[in-house]
Design a protein around this ligand. Structure first.
Ligand SMILES: Cc1ncc(COP(=O)(O)O)c(C=O)c1O
Length: 496
C-alpha cells in the first residue's frame, strides 16, 4: 500500500527551497532597484493581451521552476509599481516589505479565519490587530471589528450594522418594504461606496442625501440639520450620518465632533469613513482635527492605504461589536464553532460578510510590531510634509496653480503663462481640457503617476502621498516633469 500520494500539485522540499530562494532574490532585487524603473510601462490592454498570448487552457502541466521564473519576469516587465517613489496616484501605498513576507507566511499556514477552531492563534492575532488599530487612531480599545478586503467592504460592514441597528427590527424577517423610507446623510465629497451600499443593500440611491460642503470643503452641518428636519417632517426615517476623515479627492476631514452631536440629537448611527485619513489621527499635532472620532458607532480604515500594507487590508471598527453579531451572525446546524471551554469563541464569520476568510491580519500585525506607533508617526508626518512641499513648490512656480492641500493630498494644475486673454469660461474650459490631457500623458509616460480631482469645477492633478519611498527630491523632480509635459501639451493643443 502506498503511504504517500504522487500528485501533480506537490513540490518536493528541495525544489520548493530552490524556487523559493530564487523568487525571494528576485523580489529583493526589485525592491532595491524600484526607483530606477518606470512607474508604469503605460502599455495598452491590447498590448498586454498580445504579451500574454491567446492560449487555450493547458492540458498538461509545466515545471513550477520555469513557470515562476517566467511569471516573475512577465510581472516585473509589465506592471505598474505603486511601490515606486513617484507613484502618487489614487490611494494605494508602497507595500511594507514585511507585509510581502507576511502574505507568504499566511498563505503557507492557510488559516480559515471564519472560525476560531480553524484558526486558533491567528484569530487571537486578528483580535489584537483590531484592538491595536483602535488604539492607533485614539478610540477606546473596547471597539471591536474585523479585517476586510478594503475601504468599500469596511464601509459596507459599518453601513449594514447601522441599518440593522436603526431600521425597524422587522426588516430582518420582512425586508425593507416593511419599513418607512430609510435615509442616510453624507457630504457630497463622500467616496462612491455610499451610493453602491444604498443600491446593494436595498435603500436605493435616492436614500442618500448628498450634503453640500462649506467654504472649508467640510460637510455643511447646518444644511445637514435642515435636511434631517425636512425628512422627518416628510415621514422619512433617517438612520445614519457618514462623516469623512480624509476625503478621497482632497483629504478634508469633516467636523466630526459637530456630526457626533447631530447624531446624538436625532438618534442616528455615526459612521466615519476614515479609509484613507484615519491613521493620521496618530499624529499628536492633528488630534484637534480628528476630535469626535471617539464618538463614532463605526469606523472604516484601510491598512492598505496609509499603514502601507500590501493589498488587501481594510478594517471595520464598531463601538459595540454586538451590532456586528446582530447583523451578520447565523447558526447553521453543521457549524460546531461556538463551544469553548473558557467561554465563547470569536468566530469572525459572525462579524462580517465573509464566511471563509484569509489571514490578512498577519501583515498588518507584523507591520505594527516592526514599525511601532513612533515609526508610523514619523512616516505619516513625513508624507504630510512632502505633500505640503509639493503644494508650496507649485505655489511658487509661475506655470502652476496650487489648489488644495490637506493631510497628504495636494491638488494643482498647469496654467501656461502665455494664455490668450479670453473670457473666464473659455479660459477655464481650456485649462480643464489641457490638464485632463496632461494627466493622461503623465500616466502613460511612466515617469510619475498622479490622478485627478475636480475642485470647484477645476480639473486638477492630484498627488496623494501614502508612500514611504517618496523623497523631497522626487517631489522636486515631479514638479519639473509636470511643467515640462504641461508645456508640451499646451503647444500641441495650440497647434491643432
Ligand atoms: C475615503 C475612501 N473611502 C473608501 C475608499 C474605497 O477603498 P477601497 O478602494 O479599498 O475599496 C477609498 C479609496 O480610495 C477612499 O479614499
Amino acid at each position: 500500500m502506498k503511504t504517500k500520494r504522487e500528485t501533480p500539485i506537490d513540490i518536493n522540499k528541495q525544489d520548493f527551497k530552490k524556487i523559493g530562494y530564487e523568487l525571494i532574490d528576485n523580489i529583493a532585487n526589485l525592491i532595491d532597484t524600484i526607483d530606477d524603473k518606470q512607474v508604469t510601462p503605460g502599455e495598452s490592454p491590447l498590448k498586454n493581451q498580445q504579451v500574454l498570448g491567446d492560449h487555450k487552457l493547458p492540458t498538461h502541466g509545466t515545471s513550477p521552476e520555469k513557470l515562476l521564473s517566467e511569471t516573475t519576469q512577465l510581472l516585473f516587465d509589465h506592471s505598474l509599481f505603486n511601490g515606486h517613489p513617484k507613484f502618487l496616484g489614487y490611494i494605494t501605498s508602497s507595500a511594507a516589505p514585511i507585509g510581502i513576507l507576511a502574505d507568504l507566511l499566511a498563505a503557507a499556514i492557510n488559516q480559515n479565519m471564519g472560525a476560531q477552531i480553524l484558526s486558533p492563534i491567528a484569530t487571537e492575532i486578528e483580535k489584537q490587530t483590531v484592538q491595536w488599530l483602535a488604539e492607533f487612531i485614539g478610540v477606546s480599545s473596547g471597539y471591536g471589528g474585523l479585517l476586510v478586503s478594503g475601504g468599500n467592504m469596511a464601509n459596507f460592514t459599518g453601513f449594514l450594522a447601522a441599518r440593522t441597528s436603526k431600521a425597524p427590527k422587522s426588516i430582518k424577517e420582512e425586508g425593507l418594504s416593511s419599513s418607512e423610507k430609510l435615509i442616510v446623510y453624507c457630504s457630497k465629497t463622500t467616496h462612491t461606496w455610499v451610493e453602491k451600499a444604498a443600491v446593494l443593500f436595498g435603500l436605493g440611491s435616492k436614500a442618500v442625501r448628498w450634503i453640500p460642503t462649506n467654504e472649508d470643503n467640510k460637510m455643511d452641518n447646518s444644511i445637514l440639520i435642515e435636511t434631517i428636519e425636512k425628512d422627518l417632517k416628510n415621514g422619512y426615517k433617517p438612520i445614519m450620518i457618514v462623516g469623512t476623515a480624509g476625503d478621497v479627492s482632497t483629504g478634508v476631514v469633516d467636523d466630526l465632533k459637530g456630526i457626533a452631536g447631530i447624531c446624538k440629537k436625532y438618534d442616528l448611527w455615526f459612521h466615519i469613513d476614515g479609509a484613507y485619513g484615519a491613521p493620521a489621527a496618530v499624529i499628536p499635532e492633528l488630534k484637534a482635527l480628528f476630535e469626535g472620532i471617539e464618538h463614532a458607532d463605526s469606523i472604516a480604515l484601510d491598512p492598505h492605504k496609509w499603514l502601507y500594507s500590501p493589498l488587501e487590508a481594510g478594517c471595520t471598527l464598531v463601538k459595540n461589536p454586538q451590532h456586528l453579531i446582530d447583523t451578520f451572525s447565523s447558526h447553521p446546524e453543521y457549524y460546531n464553532f461556538s463551544k469553548n471551554e473558557e467561554g465563547v469563541a470569536t468566530n469572525f464569520y459572525e462579524y462580517g460578510l465573509q464566511n471563509s476568510r484569509g489571514f490578512r491580519a498577519l501583515k498588518v500585525w507584523l507591520a505594527l510590531k516592526q514599525i511601532g506607533r513612533k515609526g508610523y508617526e514619523q512616516m505619516i508626518l513625513e508624507d504630510i510634509n512632502l505633500s505640503k512641499l509639493f503644494f508650496d513648490l507649485a505655489k511658487k512656480h509661475p506655470e502652476l496653480e496650487a489648489i488644495t492641500q490637506n493631510l497628504s493630498i495636494t491638488t494643482l494644475r498647469y496654467v501656461p503663462t502665455d494664455l490668450i486673454n479670453e473670457d473666464f469660461e473659455t479660459t477655464e474650459n481650456y485649462l480643464n481640457t489641457l490638464n485632463e490631457i496632461l494627466l493622461d500623458e503623465l500616466q502613460i509616460g511612466g515617469e510619475v503617476f498622479l490622478s485627478n480631482a475636480i475642485v470647484q469645477e477645476k480639473y486638477c492633478l492630484r498627488g496623494c502621498i501614502v508612500n514611504f519611498r517618496t523623497s523631497e527630491n522626487d517631489i522636486e523632480e515631479i514638479i519639473t516633469i509636470i511643467v515640462r509635459e504641461g508645456k508640451k501639451t499646451h503647444h500641441k493643443l495650440q497647434n491643432i
